[in-house]
Ligand binder design. Structure first.
Ligand code: AMP
Ligand code: GLY
Length: 434
């Protein structure tokens, strides 16, 4: 198959890598890709959100399949354009990508579909929003409606903090149009988990569970990042709960969207909050033995969850993606290996704040003895591979146990070096602490 992968991060390198492991040979392209994808695909110098130029490329090159990595091109309608050209695309149309692009829309769908989620309301007026805070208690969560590069969610511990977040969004316009509407949401207690469902418009097949580490420092401290590591499976969701999550969360959303004329194809990523103490015994998920609420939906593969989930898939990945893109996905398209995987993100010191770029990376070949190295923010300077992003590499170890997978990942991380390199030392600690 001739396949274009859109994006330039660790997720896209992992998608290209997993496709390169299929038994069939594929002709892989990545737009724009990075120094890692260049080793297994042809990098095409088109930015991931340049919809017009990507569509032009697709019209000329006629790929059999386009796989869209990041949310921005989905929300901007890349798949709508490709559909007009008759090119099968893995990823939802813009109306479906609103499940990620508008938190208000996602809540509306969840409410209509009866999906368990935190109580919330949306506001455009700061005074009305502040007045509503008294109904929520503390902590309380303030969210910008639109896409804000992971920075639009504030978990406020005090009323002052909550009011400041509301003013930042509605008065100071700090988040631009993404913050023109705010959502106030009840704080949900528990442990988070990511469920990626592959959806073909009608049906869904769930990929294995995973958990990512959003904070920069060990012990889940410090500011939020795009993700500092991930592992799969996540013991907080045992595999026997997956059918219930499909029945109560994923399928109701797919059906509700379809009812509204939106055929959702691609990944529907449910960020779940699992409360093992069963604090809501009458809730819709009560028979699972724990309370499960949706914290967010994303319209794409998670990053870095993808780097821990895809190595666990057997079978033909291209066939599964194409079947989802063309509305004929089968349960048997997804083969899950009885293994564990863990990925450790190596970042530039200073991330998620300011950091330096252009540092030469050493030890990449040696690291491959123990693990798979996915490139997130890398480029070339002559023949050297250099850093060019906050998150630089995603190093994945696999094993028959999670401990083995984590040890292999850290063994490989120890062989890599560059000036001002940073990584967390405690990936998967929640699984080990249980
Ligand atoms: P979101 O972009 O909605 O996923 O929010 C980013 C992060 O904020 C989540 O991964 C959670 O860690 C946290 N968060 C969001 N909403 C809630 C909530 N209602 N209760 C507790 N934590 C939340
Ligand atoms: N790892 C979280 C995300 O992809 O949104």
């Amino acid at each position: 198959m001739k396949i274009l992968i859109v994006g330039s991060g660790g997720r896209e390198h992992a998608i290209a890598w997993r496709l390169s492991r299929d038994e069939e040979n594929h002709e892989l392209y990545c737009a724009p890709g990075n120094a890692g994808t260049a080793q297994i695909a042809v990098n095409v110098a088109i930015s991931a959100d340049d919809i017009a130029t990507l569509a032009l490329w697709a019209e000329e090159e006629k790929p059999d399949l386009v796989v869209v990595g990041p949310e921005a091109p989905l929300v901007k309608g890349l798949v709508d354009e490709l559909e007009k050209l008759g090119i099968p695309s893995f990823g939802p149309v813009a109306a479906g990508a609103l499940m990620e692009g508008s938190k208000r829309f996602a809540k509306e769908i969840m409410d209509a579909a009866g999906v368990p989620t935190g109580k919330a309301a949306t506001f455009t007026d700061a005074a009305a929003a502040k007045d509503a805070l008294k109904e929520y208690g503390l902590p309380v969560v303030i969210k910008a409606d639109g896409l804000a590069a992971g920075k639009g969610v504030i978990v406020a511990e005090t009323l002052d903090e909550a009011c400041r977040a509301i003013d930042d969004m509605l008065v100071a316009n700090k988040f631009g149009s993404a913050g023109a509407e705010v959502l106030i949401e009840e704080f949900l207690h528990g442990e988070e988990c990511s469920i990626l469902a592959m959806v073909d418009g009608e049906n869904a097949v769930l990929l294995p569970s995973s958990q990512d580490h959003k904070r920069i420092f060990d012990g889940d401290k410090g500011p939020n990042t795009g993700g500092m590591g991930a592992y799969s499976p996540a013991p907080v969701i045992s595999s026997d709960k997956l059918p219930l999550i499909k029945e109560k969360i994923i399928m109701p959303v797919v059906r509700e969207l379809k009812k509204r004329g939106i055929v959702y194809r691609g990944i529907l990523y449910a960020g779940l909050m699992v409360n093992d103490e069963n604090s809501n015994p009458h809730g819709p998920m009560a028979k699972s033995g724990s309370t499960i609420n949706v914290v967010e939906f994303n319209a794409r593969f998670g990053d870095p969850e993808t780097e821990a989930v895809l190595p666990r898939l057997g079978g033909s990945f291209a066939r599964a993606l194409l079947n989802a893109a063309t509305g004929c996905l089968k349960e048997s398209d997804i083969v899950v290996k009885d293994s564990c995987a863990a990925t450790v993100i190596i970042s530039s010191e200073g991330y998620p704040g300011d950091y330096e770029k252009g540092k030469k990376i050493e030890g990449l070949d040696e690291a491959l003895e123990d693990a798979t190295v996915f490139h997130c923010g890398t480029g070339f300077s002559g023949d050297d591979v250099i850093t060019c992003g906050g998150r630089v590499l995603s190093v994945t170890g696999e094993g028959s146990t999670l401990r083995e997978a984590v040890d292999k990942a850290y063994e490989a991380v120890g062989k890599i070096s560059f000036d001002k390199m940073f990584y967390r030392k405690d990936i998967a600690h929640r699984a080990f602490d249980r």
